[in-house]
Design a protein around this ligand. Structure first.
Ligand SMILES: *Cc1c(COP(=O)(O)O)cnc(C)c1O
Length: 226
C-alpha cells in the first residue's frame, strides 16, 4: 500500500502556513513537531526523507530504540509525553527538547543529570495544566512561578517556553480558551518564549492563538494502534 506520508506532511505544512497568514503571522514562526509515537523506525525515516526535521515521541523507552537506530542527529528529537523521574537520565541522553517538565523535583533532577552527563544545554518547556484536571500531568498555575524561577537559574536547562495538552473536544473551537490562557501566562512569565500547543484536530486554532510549535501525529502518520 502506498504511503501518503509525504502528501500528508505537505498538506499540514500548507495548512500551518495558511493559518499563520490568516492570523497575520509569519509562517516561519511556527515549527512542526511530527509526532511519530507508536510508528516504527522505517516510518520515521520516511518522514525525515519527506522533509520532517523535528520528531516527537511521548515515551522514553519506546523512543530509545528508534533514536539509536535512526541516529541522534538525524532529526531534532522532542519528548512530548510525561517524563517519569526514573527515565530522566535516558531522556537527557536522547532528546533535544523536553516539552513536559511539570515539577520542581523533575527539573532539579534533570539539571543535576545534565551536569553529570556533561551535556551542554537542554531546552525545556513547562507543561502547564491550565484546565486544572486532577488526573493529568502538568503543573498547576499556582506552582508555575517557583518552577520558572528555578529554571531561570539553571546552568544546563534552558527555559524556552510553555506547553499545553488541553482536554479533548470534538469541536476545536472549544479548545481556543485554553490556548488563549496559555498565551496569557506565557506573556507574563516568558514573553518571547515558545508556545507548544495544537494537535491534529486543533492546530489551526492554536496557531491563531499564537502557537509557535504544533505537535501533529495522526494527520501526518495516520491512525495509531491498529
Ligand atoms: C500524541 C500526542 C500528540 C499528537 O496527537 P495527534 O492527535 O495524533 O496529532 C501531541 N501532543 C502530545 C503530548 C501527544 O501525546
Amino acid at each position: 500500500m502506498k504511503s501518503h506520508l509525504a502528501e500528508n506532511l505537505n498538506a499540514i505544512n500548507r495548512r500551518i502556513e495558511q493559518a499563520a497568514l490568516r492570523a497575520g503571522r509569519t509562517p516561519g514562526e511556527v515549527k512542526l513537531v511530527a509526532v511519530s509515537k507508536t510508528h516504527p523506525a522505517a516510518t520515521l525515516r520516511e518522514a525525515i526523507a519527506a522533509g520532517a526535521t523535528i520528531l516527537g515521541e511521548n515515551k522514553v523507552q519506546e523512543a530509545e530504540g528508534k533514536i539509536i537506530e535512526i541516529g541522534r542527529t538525524a532529526a531534532e528529537w522532542h519528548l512530548i509525553g510525561h517524563l517519569q523521574s526514573n527515565k530522566a537520565r535516558k531522556a537527557v541522553q536522547l532528546f533535544d527538547v523536553i516539552h513536559s517538565v511539570d515539577s520542581l523535583e523533575l527539573a532539579q533532577r534533570l539539571e543535576r543529570i545534565c551536569i553529570e552527563e556533561g551535556r551542554g544545554e537542554l531546552s525545556v518547556l513547562i507543561h502547564v495544566d491550565v484546565a486544572g484536571e486532577e488526573t493529568k500531568s502538568g503543573i498547576r498555575e499556582s506552582g508555575l512561578g517557583e518552577l520558572a524561577e528555578f529554571l531561570r537559574g539553571c546552568k544546563c536547562l534552558k527555559f524556552n517556553g510553555l506547553m499545553i495538552l488541553p482536554p479533548f473536544f470534538d469541536d476545536p473551537e472549544m479548545t481556543r480558551r485554553f490556548f488563549r490562557r496559555l498565551r496569557d501566562i506565557r506573556d507574563r512569565i516568558i514573553p518571547s518564549g515558545e508556545l507548544s500547543m495544537g494537535m491534529s484536530h486543533d492546530f489551526e486554532v492554536a496557531i491563531e492563538e499564537g502557537a509557535t510549535i504544533v505537535r501533529v501525529g495522526t494527520a501526518i502518520f495516520g491512525e495509531r494502534g491498529s
